[in-house]
Design a protein around this ligand. Structure first.
Ligand code: CMX
Length: 136
């Protein structure tokens, strides 16, 4: 079951350039920075109430975020992430509804979470992430 919007992923060319905008112009606090090698990104997280903002800077030209920036040089909203109580069940539901899965099984994402993405071509243009805390 989807419980809330966990975060919005925003593609940026440079964290160092963009973080000050969120801090100084919006007054948000950068709470966490992390490199996610599997996704070839460096991330910076902010809280806006219950929802987080995840800035994504590519670490390689073949990263998904680098490709997005090639098409959208100014950057912008890259994905929306929903928190779910059960990713596997959520993937089954989406797949059953005809959605193309990018990940058939969850992978490890930032912030000690398990994540899986749905393809934007079958979600009306919105790259959609499902996420849940890693089971310990
Ligand atoms: N939102 C909406 N549409 C998108 C998109 C996005 N973020 N990224 C690509 N697309 C669109 C493209 O514009 C393209 O549309 P057209 O065919 O109309 O031009 C289509 O999807 C296919 O794009 P593509 O360039 O052929 O494919 P890519 O190689 O860029 O791959 C995608 C696209 C979604 C499969 C890939 O980005 C992916 O696997 N994403 C999931 C993983 C990810 O995004 N990781 C980074 C974040 C990690 C994190 O949060 O930690």
């Amino acid at each position: 079951m989807i419980t809330r919007i966990d975060h919005l992923g925003i593609a940026v060319k440079s964290l160092d350039e963009t973080v000050p905008y969120y801090e100084k112009a919006l007054g948000l606090k950068c709470e966490h920075r992390e490199e996610v090698p599997s996704q070839k990104v460096r991330t910076a997280f902010f809280s806006a109430g219950e929802v987080h903002i995840e800035l994504l800077e590519p670490t390689s030209p073949d990263s998904a975020v680098a490709k997005f920036l090639e098409k959208n040089p100014a950057g912008g909203v890259h994905h929306i992430a929903f928190a779910t109580t059960d990713i596997a069940e959520q993937l089954k539901q989406a797949s059953g509804a005809g959605v193309k899965l990018i990940h058939e099984v969850p992978i490890e994402g930032a912030h000690s979470k398990m994540v899986a993405f749905l393809h934007p071509k079958s979600t009306y243009g919105v790259l959609t992430e499902l996420c849940a805390p890693k089971a310990h």
